[in-house]
Design a protein around this ligand. Sequence first.
Ligand code: FE2
Ligand code: FE2
Length: 333
Amino acid sequence: MYGNDFGTPTEPEQPVAAATDDELQQEFQALIDGDGRIEPRDWMPEAYRKGLIRQIAQHAHSEIIGMQPEGNWITRAPSLRRKAILMAKVQDEAGHGLYLYAAAETLGADRADLLDLLHTGKQKYSSIFNYPTLTWADMGAIGWLVDGAAIVNQVPLCRCSYGPYARAMIRVCKEESFHQRQGFEILHTLSQGTDAQKAMAQDAANRWWWPSLMMFGPPDDESPHSAQSMQWGIKRFSNDELRQRFVDMTAPQAEVLGITLPDPDLRWNDERGSYDFGEIDFTELFEVIKGNGPCNKQRLEHRVRAHTDGAWVREAADAYADKQAAKGRRAVA
Ligand SMILES: [Fe+2]
Ligand SMILES: [Fe+2]
């Protein structure tokens, strides 16, 4: 009791009544409404905690599975400079996974359990990574479009109500912006090259455009979790708003590249001050989510194999930690 530090209390001590769930809930919501941050030790509704663990874990899974399509091209990058840039980029994605698993752990989750959920297919990762990378131009299209879409999705998360997630996203977004530029630069170089190089850039954009638009998720009227996520300050803009923002950002960049985006309905709408675009075939998205995309099986198998191959590293780390702990105990004794 702090009062004792400052002399004898003048009034007899009153037992402090524990706050009711309703009161805690109100304080929690008031903090979010006032744009404050929820920190790991703060009270939070169980559904907020669980929902965040799921979202952050799926985000982390996407970062580490996302290393595969580009990892595929590291040995075949056309120059040492391109190889160094691509390696740095793929390494960044591993780092993003790391920050995010660490953020999920602040909510009481165990990283090993989350990886288990990924490996057994019980938790998903972004469906975009179930598409193959067929040519070098795909490295450009992924950086430009996939990382570009990731930025649009993730910038609002820097203001997410959960402190550790928001702070992790600030650094992630800085790195994503480098990824987007390096992708654009690859396509820019190809688009000024030979006819075959131009055709390769166009083909990559054709294949990655629609899947990138699907990265924002189903349309608003089919997105059941959004209202609660908005109220809790986890989501700040709807799927359709973010998708529109991405189209508006990307369409003028395509013009600079001399690339035609594969949508005959894409055009500037003066009245709306935005680009109109064609209808998205969401049946494809749902098929890929269900596991029927071109590379779902391959991606998961590779991930499980990498995890199994890395068992000796985890065992060595555990053995080292045990040794250090034993040393500590001997020093105390
Ligand atoms: Fe990333
Ligand atoms: Fe990235």
